[in-house]
Structures are given as structure tokens and as C-alpha cells.
Design a protein around this ligand. Structure first.
Ligand code: UN1
Length: 536
């Protein structure tokens, strides 16, 4: 653990308030803060998840994983407010879709400028609500700025194809049109980047957005909403292009069920996806899913071990193992397993754990103590299955911050890929398995229900290419000599199998946010029918 002690909740609350104000969540900030002060008084309203008070007003509790303390209580969106938000976004869509795409890009350009100006403020809120270390929080905001740049460029490149038709005097082409209202449901672990991937692209595509962020990161969401509202005001875009709904599960369900939501882009657990996707499908709506990952790295005998150790530690212990791209399984050649594991254990024991605002810290807290309980249960199951816990899994600062979960990242050597290894536990646990042949390694690699990210560490080109080939890694992301996490925004992001199949962010992921029209134009005086059909 780092030497310094943890900050208190009061100072964190002040820090959150200052950052929110600077982001100018507009006049809303004052109202919200008033709400926070009122609500954190003695007769605080009941939270939505309080089973003892099911009838109490539903509120969202802004809390910080740094202490587990409450930053404030915010009113949760009611059914009427959800309806009003969808209606407004839908009305606005009908206008916004006719604004030329490069002009829509101007809104996103302005958003990117505001994000740049408020990078520190947003990073503060990300650290306060998600517990990320400073450098990762800043990196997450950088990811937002990058996607804005990308989307602005895209606003002049929403290309359709001209297709070689089979009939003379005819032109065959496709046009991409705005899709409608996009529902963005995002998770606590990337509280701003995932919103921005969806929102920046959706806006240039001519869509409007209704956002339901994680209940754990409401203040971060208010700041983003405030900045986007400002960008809209500055560029003359209608304010209804974006609506924020701070709500619980029912709020997400309402969006899933509403036929005005053309696309529901949801990031979170497989459980959440299983629940939402059939509801959206039942009304033939579109879903874009980014669900769980159970990412592995194969380490072959020719790997550059110095580089491999650094990459593994960042991917497995970074963000306290709370990325969907976090490395959770290591598939190491048996020849080098002992050597590699010894180096990893040494590196893990030196990882500074503690206050994420402290520049020396590399591992911050888990989101809550329930995450530690889940991790402990997973470790116990692994040990019952014959696994050997080599390091970590224990909590620190338990006296100082009993409601927070500062947990040392764990490494477990497993005799086989048992059920628990095939399950995504959202925390810092790395299971180590060994292999003899590359075929065996790839089979183990793919033998999990999830399919998000993957890596191979090797200096052998044959092995690298085999891993990337059709019968290699079955994931949406397959890397060589780099960890499973920390993708750039330029590529399409997402994965297969239970990960849900969606692709967000760069490349041609924008197509999911538009509808395609195939156009056949006859400029001749004849009417030849396709396939040589004769009629009339
Ligand atoms: C997530 O964890 O939901 O590739 C997203 C990465 C980040 C995004 C992760 N750029 O790790």
C-alpha cells in the first residue's frame, strides 16, 4: 500500500462539487447540488435499492469507492420523465436528421473542445465515482476527445457504395440515413468513454441520444450532459439531441421496450444483456451489446519476457481488474510457467495500492465491498477446484475505510480450466493455466463462453499469425505482443459469443447507428425487369 492515508468523504464531496460546477452542468448543477445538500441531511430520502422502504422516493446515491461514503443523493427519473425524455429526443430527431452531417459534426467538434478544457474535471469525477487512478482517469477522458476527433472526420465520410447494376440506364447505389433515437446504457467502469463512443458517433450520424448511465456514476454523467448541452448551445444545435436519465433498472427496461428507441446500445454484464436483448428483439428494435469478457493471453516460449510481464500486469491488475478487457486468464507454455509466474508474483507484490488521487498509486479501490465478496467467493471456488492462490485477494485499509474495498490483485495457479475460470469475475484475479502445444493453447483459449479480447506473446511469426487466423482466437480483439486491454478508439471495439457481437467506436462501427437504403434509379425510357423476368 502507498504510505499516505486515504482522503475523507467530506473532502471528496467538495472535490466532486467543484468539478461539477466547473463543468457547468449549467443551472442544473446548482439544483443538483442543492438536492445533494438537502438529501444528505438527516432525513435523507430512501434509495431505490432499499428493500425496507419500497415506497420511499427513488433516489440515486452518488457514492465514492475511495471511502464508500455518500457524495449525494439525486432524484431518480420517474416513468413520466423517461417518457418525456424519449418523446423530446424523438421530436428532435425528426429535425436533426435533416441537418447536414458536417454541421452535425460541428456540435461534436465543440464537445471535443470542451472535453479538452475540462479534462481534469472529468478525470476527477471518474476517479471519485469509479475509483480509477489519475493516469487512467485522464486516459479515459482522452479516449473521449479522440472519439470526438474521429466522429468529426466521419461527419464528412458517411460513405455509401455505388453498385454495378445489371440493367442499362439504371443506377444502383446505397444511401445511409440517420436511424432514430439511440439509447445508451453504460457501465460504471468506463463511465464517460463508452458514452462518448456512442454519443459522438450517433450525433454525427444524425441520431439523438437518451443516456442511462450506471447508477454508480451519476455525477460524472451530469458533467458530460452539462458539457454536451453547452456544446449544443454554442453551435445552435437543438438541446433535445441528448437527454440524460438517472435511473435504475426499470429505466433501462423502459428504453428497451419503447418502439421509439431505434437502437439500444448497452454495455454491462451478460446477465443485463440477456434481460434486455429479448425485450428489444420482441419489438424488432436493434441492439448493440458489449457484455462480459474473459480475456486470455497465450505466452509462448519465444516471448520477450520483460515486455510480457509489463503487459500482463497492466492488463490484469490495472483498473483493479475492472475493465471488460481486463486480462483474466494466462495460458503459458509449461516450460516457462514457473519462471513467468515468479516474476509476476514479484511484480504484483510491489504494486502500490491505495488512494487513486495519489500519483504513486497504481491500483485503486474496487467499486464496492460486494465486488470483494464476489472475488473472495471466486478465489474460494478456485482453491476448492485445486487452484493455488499465489498472491493477493486480501483487503487493505479495512480500519481506515471499512466501507471501501482496497484489494490486492490476485494470481491463482489452476490445474485446469474449471467452471470458475470460465466465469467472468469483475475484479483483479488472474488464473494461470499451462499448455504444451499451440493447438492446445488455442483450444483452451476459445473454450469459454465470452469472446471479447485476446493476446499472444511470441517472437515466432508462425505462432502469431496462427493466433490471428480463422482457426485462432475467436475474439473480437486479437493482439500480438500487447495486452488485452487499452484498445485505441480507431478500431471497432466489441466481441463475439456472450460478449454480444456489437461493435462500437472506430472503423465502420458507425453503420450500426444508421439505416441503409438501397436505391435503384431508372433513367432510361425502358423498364427491363431484373433476372430477365417478362411481364406486361
Ligand atoms: C470497457 O471496459 O468497457 O480497451 C471498455 C480498453 C478501453 C475500453 C474498455 N479502451 O480497455
Amino acid at each position: 500500500a502507498t504510505g499516505r492515508s486515504l482522503p475523507g468523504t467530506d473532502s471528496l464531496r467538495r472535490r466532486a462539487e467543484a468539478a461539477l460546477r466547473r463543468c457547468g452542468a449549467g443551472p442544473a448543477a446548482d439544483a443538483v447540488m442543492e438536492e445533494i445538500h438537502r438529501a444528505t441531511g438527516t432525513d435523507a430520502p430512501r434509495t431505490a435499492d432499499d428493500p425496507a422502504n419500497p415506497d420511499g422516493p427513488a433516489v440515486i446515491r452518488a457514492r465514492t469507492p475511495l471511502t464508500g461514503g455518500t457524495l449525494g443523493l439525486l432524484p431518480a427519473a420517474t416513468a413520466e420523465q423517461t417518457e418525456a425524455a424519449v418523446a423530446e429526443a424523438h421530436r428532435t430527431f425528426e429535425r436533426w436528421r435533416t441537418v447536414p452531417a458536417p454541421r452535425r459534426g460541428a456540435l461534436v467538434k465543440r464537445l471535443g473542445e470542451l472535453l479538452t478544457a475540462h479534462k481534469e474535471d472529468l478525470a476527477d469525477l471518474v476517479t471519485l465515482e469509479a475509483g480509477k487512478i489519475r493516469s487512467e482517469a485522464l486516459g479515459e477522458v482522452q479516449e473521449m476527445i479522440d472519439i470526438c476527433d474521429f466522429a468529426v472526420g466521419l461527419s464528412r465520410q458517411l460513405y455509401g457504395r455505388t453498385i454495378a447494376g445489371e440493367r442499362p440506364g439504371h443506377r444502383l447505389a446505397e444511401t445511409w440515413h440517420p436511424l432514430g433515437v439511440v439509447g445508451v446504457i453504460s457501465a460504471f467502469n468506463f463511465p464517460v468513454a463508452v458514452w462518448s463512443w456512442n454519443t459522438a458517433i450517433a450525433l454525427v450520424c444524425g441520431d439523438t441520444v437518451v443516456w442511462k448511465p450506471s447508477e454508480r456514476t451519476p455525477l460524472t454523467a451530469l458533467a458530460c450532459d452539462g458539457l454536451l448541452a453547452r456544446a449544443a448551445a454554442d453551435t445552435g444545435a437543438p438541446p433535445g439531441v441528448h437527454r440524460l436519465l438517472l435511473g435504475a433498472r426499470e429505466c433501462g427496461q423502459r428504453l428497451a421496450d419503447d418502439p421509439r428507441m431505434a437502437l439500444v446500445s448497452a454495455t454491462g454484464s451478460v446477465r443485463m444483456g440477456r434481460h434486455l436483448a429479448p425485450r428489444v428483439a420482441a419489438r424488432f428494435g436493434r441492439c448493440l451489446l458489449e457484455l462480459g469478457g474473459n480475456n486470455a493471453a497465450v505466452v509462448t516460449p519465444s516471448a520477450d519476457l520483460d515486455l510480457t510481464v509489463r503487459a500482463i500486469v497492466f492488463s490484469a491488475a490495472g483498473t483493479a481488474g475492472q475493465r471488460c478487457t481486463s486480462l483474466r486468464r494466462l495460458i503459458v507454455h509449461e516450460e516457462l510457467a514457473d519462471r513467468l509466474v515468479a516474476r509476476l508474483v514479484r511484480a504484483y507484490r510491489q504494486l502500490p495500492l491505495g488512494d487513486p488521487f495519489d500519483a504513486a498509486t497504481l491500483v485503486g479501490p474496487l467499486v464496492d465491498t460486494a465486488a470483494h465478496t464476489a472475488l473472495t467467493a471466486a478465489l474460494a471456488t478456485a482453491e476448492r477446484d485445486g487452484g493455488k492462490l499465489l498472491t493477493g485477494g486480501d483487503r487493505c485499509f479495512t480500519t481506515e475505510a471499512p466501507d471501501a474495498a482496497y484489494v490486492r490483485p490476485a494470481i491463482v495457479r489452476m490445474p485446469a480450466q474449471t467452471g470458475i475460470v470460465r466465469t467472468e469475475t469483475f475484479g483483479p484475479v488472474l488464473y494461470v493455466l499451462t499448455y504444451r502445444t499451440l493447438d492446445e493453447a488455442i483450444a483452451l483459449h476459445n473454450d469459454v463462453p465470452q469472446g471479447l479480447s485476446s493476446s499472444i506473446f511470441t517472437r515466432d511469426q508462425r505462432e502469431a499469425e496462427r493466433f490471428l487466423a480463422a482457426d485462432g482466437s475467436d475474439c473480437g480483439i486479437a493482439n500480438v505482443n500487447i495486452g488485452t486491454s487499452g484498445a485505441e478508439i480507431g478500431g471497432a471495439f466489441g466481441g463475439e459469443k456472450e460478449t454480444g457481437g456489437g461493435r462500437e467506436s472506430g472503423s465502420d462501427a458507425w453503420r450500426a447507428y444508421m439505416r441503409r437504403a438501397t436505391n435503384t434509379v431508372n433513367y432510361s425510357a425502358d423498364l427491363p425487369l431484373a433476372q430477365g423476368v417478362n411481364f406486361l
